[in-house]
Write a protein that binds this ligand. Structure first.
Ligand code: UTP
Length: 300
């Protein structure tokens, strides 16, 4: 697997007004924009070519993964080698390309914009606002399952039944080639976009990681607008899941680690606190401050 697509052209309405002039993928999680964690995750899985789907107001995304000579010079002059390395790091993660989506007509439409770049090979899709903790591996396992099955693979996560209405939901059965305990995976029979809890076939939510067979492009070309008037990737995957099981089937890897939706305000704050607390430069003081706060002490 060489290529990844990162859709980052959404409007980010849930995070307005912060997203009025800045893409939500550029919101800082401690001191790096959310999308840098996503590109780092792709690079850790062996991906060398990243296509970011952008839109209006997304110039800062391209600037972030480019050189910044004046800032680099200023840090070099100060002898601040640590920050200099941090500023240069995003430029070396992968070979990064950009294509604009035009109108943000949905995630499926964004993925279809990658067709000519990806060509006829399996590829990964990582949502630019979905953050997976770096110690909790998911993408590598999904790539392994794609290679084993030859189909498409989606990342799944158990959620509270009441929360399923915010996600795509998967109806699954055990997969025949899967060995329990040895990186097991499931077969997806049906996908439903944002079902009401009473009609949800399970509590397995689709999260922002996919490893897709290129057959998805032909399906997306003919997928009509679905929920919200948008072309939904979930609808195209439902078509693949319902079709020929040899080659084009859909499988799921159930993720049990830490995942944050940085496009959602509460989940974004959890991401910031979780990652800051783990850091040696910020963690001890932040912990102290938080425990003083929980005891109702005067924080000063
Ligand atoms: P979201 O479902 O979070 O939608 O997209 P959104 O429009 O960005 O945000 P809200 O709901 O209005 O707050 C999931 C991912 O898909 C991308 C987004 O940038 C995000 O990374 N996306 C979504 C596109 O690239 N294009 C689209 O048309 C829609």
């Amino acid at each position: 697997m060489r290529k990844a697509v990162i859709p980052a052209a959404g409007l980010g309405t849930r995070f307005a007004p912060a997203t009025k002039a800045m893409p939500k993928e550029m919101l800082p999680v401690v001191d790096k924009p959310a999308i840098q964690y996503v590109v780092e995750e792709a690079a850790r899985s062996g991906i060398t070519d990243v296509l970011i789907i952008t839109g209006r107001n997304k110039r800062s995304l391209e600037d972030h993964f480019d050189r910044e000579p004046s800032l680099e010079q200023a840090l070099a002059d100060k002898g601040d080698t640590v920050r200099l390395a941090a500023v240069q790091e995003p430029t070396a993660l992968a070979d990064i390309h950009y294509v604009r989506q035009g109108d943000p007509k949905g995630l499926g439409h964004a993925v279809l914009r990658a067709r000519s770049h990806v060509g006829d090979e399996p590829f990964a899709v990582l949502l630019g606002d979905d953050l997976i903790h770096e110690e909790d591996e998911l993408l590598t396992e999904m790539i392994r399952v794609q290679e084993q099955t030859g189909g498409s693979v989606i990342g799944l996560m158990e959620v509270e039944p009441a929360e399923i209405a915010a996600y795509g939901c998967a109806d699954v059965v055990p997969a025949s080639g899967s060995t329990p305990g040895d990186g097991d995976y499931v077969r997806v029979r049906r996908l439903v976009e944002k079902p009401c809890p009473a009609e949800a076939p399970s509590n397995l939510a689709v999260i922002g990681r996919y490893v897709l067979h290129p057959a998805v492009f032909d399906v997306l070309e003919t997928t009509p607008p679905g929920r919200g008037g948008e072309i939904q990737l979930t609808d195209a995957l439902q078509t693949l899941a319902a079709g020929d099981s040899d080659g084009f089937g859909v499988y799921g890897v159930v993720f049990r680690g830490r995942r944050f939706d940085t496009g959602d305000k509460l989940s974004y704050l959890k991401a910031v606190f979780t990652l800051a607390i783990e850091r040696s430069d910020l963690g001890p003081d932040l912990r102290k401050w938080l425990s003083a706060q929980s005891e109702g002490a005067d924080l000063g």
